[in-house]
Design a protein. Sequence first.
Length: 340
Amino acid sequence: MRAEGIVALAGMMGSTAKVRKTYVNIQCPFAPFYHKNGTDNDPSCNVFIAEKDRSGWKCHSCGRHGTLAGMVIQWAILTRKDATDLLDLIQEEEESVEAVCGRLDRKWDEKWKEREAEVVKNMDLDVFSEDELAPFLGKVPKYIIDRGYSIETCRAWRLGYDKEWKDEDGPRPRLVIPIRRRDGKLVGMSGRAVDDIKGKKYWNYWNFPKSHYLFGEDMVLAAQAAEKGREGDKYEPLLAITIVEGYLDAIKWWEYQIPTVSIMGSSISNEQIHLLKDYERLYIALDADKAGDDGTSEIVRRLRNRMPLMRVPFPSGKTDPKQLTQDEAWYALENAKRLA
């Protein structure tokens, strides 16, 4: 980005700017959140001038760095402000950035079409029999009930209990969570340890490729079909959907009657991006921590020109969706801020 554009961008974020020979020195927009005293009176953030390419930046105080688009998205997440005008300015100044992203998306879409054709050809090779799940059904661990999930919810999601599981430390019973494609067919299972021992808490059965699916999408689309009185037609896209990180986050917000899917982690995959393109508006409710903010930035970068993207704010002291009450969750959705 040119120096004039960087100065304008800094002003829109409330930062002062001084143009140097190869960079623009600005007050770090993250000072209130990451600097020791919450200020940057002696500006420590440099944004590098690039006439026909995208500019990088680095703050020598907090150590944060990256692209300008990444800076703006992170700033919008933390301040809960609309970043649309700022991102538009970057797009105007750095057309090469959007061109590169567009080429990557088109390249992936072509690969997806090839993969989709292969999937249709071998439609059920990734599907497991419900008999594989049957041994774990009939009981659920006290762990899930104690956390406020109802028996009816456990039955609806067909949650189970693997009390025989052992690892190198001995017996470690697990909550069994079935993973399904959007058409409801079983493609994998995940187990969540029900003890408080430090270390790994989740294990995937059968080494299924969880990055290929959105957990809970089958439940969301089935509920939509039932509401509209249709049978079998589960592929009409919803107007809006919420995405979260964890399995239990998605299940809890399903109890709240909020259409929600989980990306099963904080990083989103190419396959999941493609699935989300079927929706018209996206509410992002990843955890309120660095990993969640980074994941949100990547989602915004990949989908900002395809649909409105909204960041769901959490009440003070709460960092993930399942901690919210039903009233808090709906209030957060109603007060979501548009990122792009």
